[in-house]
Design a binder for this molecule. Structure first.
Ligand code: 6PG
Length: 239
């Protein structure tokens, strides 16, 4: 894995936007399209805003195919919707026509099945789909996407998308599974803030059970990339 540490979150967001654009260019040149998975939560918002503001004319948005790593069980206009967040800061502001949203308004099992079918249609394969880039965040409890500690989705190896009950949040989330994330050509974690420092230390350097820190289970070929701000990296021993 590679770890990049930035002194300020603004720098991290700028670097992440550059990385997005560079990988998009490469994928479009090599494969004619860029299939990218957006992360939810609050951390990627600034990066998405920079993409909308500074990369409008520097990315061929007509070749960008947007997917989501997870979604909350809410309708698309709900304040907790990852689609709503991404649309307000990015997707409504760039000429991207290919947005594949998770249907959070449906019963979670139905939404997961529908999204898996959508991935089969898009990738036209029965083999595990290979996204060009998957963006992920990290929760203070070590969760990523909606792969929470000690939840059933951690054991799923024969599905691409599942409904994952999360008792701690008293809800069921829709999430890509670990095999799909680990099949990606690139996976980048974007992590900011002191409240994440312990989880970062544990995931990168600790020996706790991965079921307790699911981000540890994210091991794509060549390992994931970590983009951290100074605060999130503050407990790493090898700084
Ligand atoms: C979600 C995300 C989740 C998120 C982490 C970090 O839907 O909430 O996919 O995995 O990335 O919870 O969230 P913050 O960036 O808001 O700290």
């Amino acid at each position: 894995m590679s770890v990049h540490i930035y002194s300020r979150s603004e720098e991290l967001s700028r670097a992440a936007a550059r990385e997005f654009a560079a990988r998009a260019k490469e994928a479009i040149e090599e494969r004619g399209r860029f299939a990218v998975v957006l992360a939810g939560g609050s951390t990627p918002e600034a990066m998405y805003g920079i993409l909308a503001r500074d990369y409008m004319d520097r990315i061929d948005w007509s070749r960008i195919y947007v997917f989501f790593g997870d979604e909350r069980s809410v309708p698309p206009h709900h304040e907790d919707s990852n689609l709503k967040m991404a649309s307000e800061v990015l997707l409504d502001h760039v000429p991207v026509g290919n947005v594949h949203r998770m249907r959070g308004e449906l019963p979670p099992d139905q939404a997961a099945e529908a999204y898996e079918e959508e991935l089969r249609m898009f990738f036209r394969t029965e083999d595990i789909p290979r996204f060009d880039l998957i963006l992920l965040g990290l929760g203070a409890d070590g969760h990523t996407a909606s792969l929470f500690p000690e939840t059933p989705a951690l054991e799923v190896h024969d599905r691409w998308v599942v409904a994952n009950p999360v008792p701690r949040l008293d809800t069921t989330r829709i999430t890509l599974t670990i095999p799909v994330i680990n099949a990606a050509r690139a996976v980048i974690f974007l992590v900011e803030g002191e409240d994440k420092a312990e989880a970062v230390r544990e995931v990168l350097e600790g020996d706790a059970d991965p079921r307790a820190y699911p981000a540890k289970l994210i091991q794509p070929p060549g390992g994931p990339e970590w983009m951290l701000d100074q605060s999130a990296a503050s407990l790493l021993s090898e700084l």
